[in-house]
Design a protein around this ligand. Sequence first.
Ligand SMILES: Cc1cc2nc3c(=O)[nH]c(=O)nc-3n(C[C@H](O)[C@H](O)[C@H](O)COP(=O)(O)OP(=O)(O)OC[C@H]3O[C@@H](n4cnc5c(N)ncnc54)[C@H](O)[C@@H]3O)c2cc1C
Length: 461
Amino acid sequence: MPKIMDKKIVRRFEEIVGPENLDMSPEGAVTHAYDATRLHHRPDLILYPRTTQNVSQILALCNRHEIPVCPRGAGSGFAGGSVPIRGGVALVMTRMNEIREIQTEDLLAVVQPGVVNGAFQGRVEELGLFYPPDPGSMAFSTLGGNVATGAGGLRSLKYGVTRDYVLGLEAVLADGRIIKTGVRTLKSVVGYDLTRLLIGSEGTLAVVTEMTLKLIPKPEMRRAAFVTFRTAADAGRTASRIIASRIIPSTLEFMDSACMLAVEDHLHLNLAARDHAYLLIEVDGSPEETEREIRKIEGLCRACCAREVQVAQDRKERERLWQARRTISQAINRMGLQKVNEDIAVPRSRIPEILAFLSRLAETSNLKILTFGHAGDGNLHVNILVEPKDLPKAHDAVKELFTEVLRLDGTLSAEHGIGLAKSPYLAMEVSPGSLELMRQIKKTFDPKGILNPGKIFAETP
Ligand SMILES: Cc1cc2nc3c(=O)[nH]c(=O)nc-3n(C[C@H](O)[C@H](O)[C@H](O)COP(=O)(O)OP(=O)(O)OC[C@H]3O[C@@H](n4cnc5c(N)ncnc54)[C@H](O)[C@@H]3O)c2cc1C
């Protein structure tokens, strides 16, 4: 492989994107070396394409010279997906950030990958429309990153995940060919579904350069409640009971006491006291519907041993409850320990079992384990906090956790993806036949292996 620093190649990159969109500075390398994990490796060069043509020319050149390319959005991933582990080019998509079209009759939008999720949500909501996928990182993560990771969010329970809102894509293959997948209609069964294959492919199959996204009408009203429980098991049972009562809240989030204490320590919101588990519940719809549902939920929570149910009375109170939930990751990071962050999901009827397992695991391994997440869809973020010297112990606990999750018919990653962090565990869940097929798909899309090498498939199990 030629050295990336080869002056002729750098000059060619500069001709493609212009000098203002190329960065070889040490500061640039450091700031593009990591994501929200603590994994890191510096790229040799950072490129900010402005157009699909730029991306096509960059990939064709990299493919010819076998230079690794690591696509990157905001770098907020929790799996090491945008860490350029083999060096090469960090292909940062944030300058392709145009909302090209919002179609109010067909209820769709066409956007470039660098548009930030929250900014997009704001724009469509001004038009009375709604784009439901809302990862906790929506204030800064890009729609391209959301598509590449198949991001979920806090409203997945009622509205589904990113995958459910992508109608079509424009993407660039490893050799520079530009492809279009999908349609502008709600239905289509023409050939294989390449759109869905690319969603969640973590930049290993193609670089996404444009997305056609489905929109829906914005709900008229939202009502939120914050409920405290003496035990995690009570909270888990209540979550299952709410769904079983045929109410599908838009949000049903679980937080354990350690998470809430970290938030209190950070923001002093006066929400956490001596309880052990918390649920943030939100319903949306018409004013009558939301009032009926929030009252029914309040009754169910009380019947399930809730200690306290606070229903937000106005927008300000609702914001306070949401602020607590959205700040958990940040609050945990402030604790200054190394974080091993897992993203498991189990069928929601098995939430009480996995919560009970987690408290046993914390006891037997003597590790600090903080759990929060999307209880409504069975997706829990399990954070193991350790001093760096105890990392091997944390990894042993992760293996135990994954074994239990699979026993409960769950999955190792519900929304963060495999990237680097979870690649050693892929074969625990994916059967040998499926794994082989996945490797063949990768080879078909990217025969020279230049696109995000080292991700998803672990070389050394
Ligand atoms: C505080 C916090 C809360 C979070 N909450 C959630 C949550 O609720 N739900 C959730 O799912 N995730 C969550 N995340 C994780 C993360 O924000 C998501 O995975 C998000 O989708 C990543 O977007 P990004 O723009 O930061 O992408 P990056 O992290 O830059 O990249 C992620 C992956 O996508 C690839 N990629 C990026 N852009 C492209 C492109 N245009 N074409 C091809 N590949 C590309 C990268 O190579 C990488 O593999 C959270 C993260 C943080 C820090």
